[in-house]
Ligand binder design. Structure first.
Ligand code: AKG
Length: 330
């Protein structure tokens, strides 16, 4: 089996990670025409490894997404797929409401059931920024929906989200589906940790920077390693308490996670999408025949595809709602 190494990381990073000096001059030298706002965003991204965008998501899309969640839970006996509950993959149909709303629940690939989720993933402000980073439209790679805080230990995404063709061709957008309240287990991140000089590379075994089935080291060692590393380079974590509709886009190498929940009564509804560039989208992960508005969604820029594996699977209400039929057939 081939091993993905640090060299693969450096070979596949987007242009902005290679910029030395100021972004405006580097962009000009590369023949890019950027507005001053875009230069500011990219400077922030390069320094901090994330960008916060207020009102990134449409209110109607958030409402429709949450309606889809409620509908899916109500109709789960009729739905045939797995969901992650307390870290285990279980049949959705076999879960209780306490499993779903009371504890750690991760709804994977929501965008393959819900066009409201597709719309959130393809939100225009997010796509505009990602297209600058990737120099081409971004494509949805995977998505995750959360009802409560995740309490995930500090981690970096790429050792786990690694099906893209070019390991560093990755970014994520996290959208607040409600105002995040103290005690609800806020997202946290370490500003500037995305720079390899800060994060270093975790060796999962045999020089691999990815977690493999036969890795000799585990995610349980990853978090303390990153925390030690952050302490050594003097980076403190920041908790994120955004308003509903705010998005944070983070770099593939940013250290982040979920803070402990200290008030069990609070939800923390959020939706995360991982993206890659068009060129790095893995072969075979889109339907063989693409039909605009049916299994292929184009936000100009930005694409999402229905799952090629589960054709004919039951979808959620937004899939056939007039709003989204109209929006995505244009
Ligand atoms: O939402 C959170 O608490 C953490 C999300 C996260 O770190 C991830 O999805 O990679």
């Amino acid at each position: 089996m081939s091993v993905i190494t640090q060299e693969d990381w450096f070979r596949t990073v987007p242009w902005i990670d290679k910029v030395e000096g100021d972004v405006a001059s580097a962009a000009k030298a590369l023949g890019k025409v950027l507005t001053s706002e875009e230069v500011t965003w990219l400077e922030r991204w390069r320094t901090d490894g994330y960008l916060v965008i207020e009102s990134a998501a449409d209110e109607g899309d958030i409402d429709a997404f949450l309606e889809d969640v409620r509908w899916a839970v109500q109709h789960r006996q009729e739905l045939d797929f797995n969901i992650e509950v307390r870290g285990e993959q279980v049949r959705f149909a076999g879960t209780s409401e306490a499993d779903l709303f009371g504890g750690q629940m991760k709804f994977q690939q929501f965008h393959t059931y819900s066009k409201a989720a597709v719309a959130l993933s393809l939100s225009a402000k997010i796509q505009r920024f990602l297209a600058l980073v990737f120099e081409q439209p971004a494509v949805v790679l995977q998505s995750l929906g959360f009802w409560r805080g995740t309490e995930q230990p500090a981690h970096i995404d790429y050792p786990y989200v690694r099906i893209q063709r070019g390991i560093a061709q990755l970014a994520a957008a996290w959208i607040a589906l409600e105002d995040v309240r103290p005690g609800s287990g806020a997202l946290f991140y370490y500003p500037g940790s995305h720079r390899p000089e800060a994060s270093g590379f975790f060796d999962w075994g045999r020089g691999s920077i990815l977690m493999e089935r036969d890795s000799t080291r585990s995610p349980l060692e990853f978090a303390p390693h990153l925390e030690r590393r952050m302490a050594e380079v003097g980076i403190e974590p920041v908790e994120f308490h955004p308003k509903r509709g705010t998005a944070i886009i983070w770099h593939a190498n940013l250290v982040q996670g979920g803070s402990p929940i200290t008030d069990a009564a609070l939800t923390r509804k959020s939706y995360v999408t991982h993206y890659t560039s068009t060129a790095a989208f893995p072969r075979g992960h889109a339907p063989a025949t693409l039909v605009r508005g049916v299994n292929a969604f184009d936000a100009r820029p930005g694409y999402a595809f229905d799952s090629p594996w589960d054709a004919g699977r039951r979808k959620f209400p937004s899939w056939t709602s007039t709003t989204y039929l109209e929006r995505f057939s244009r």
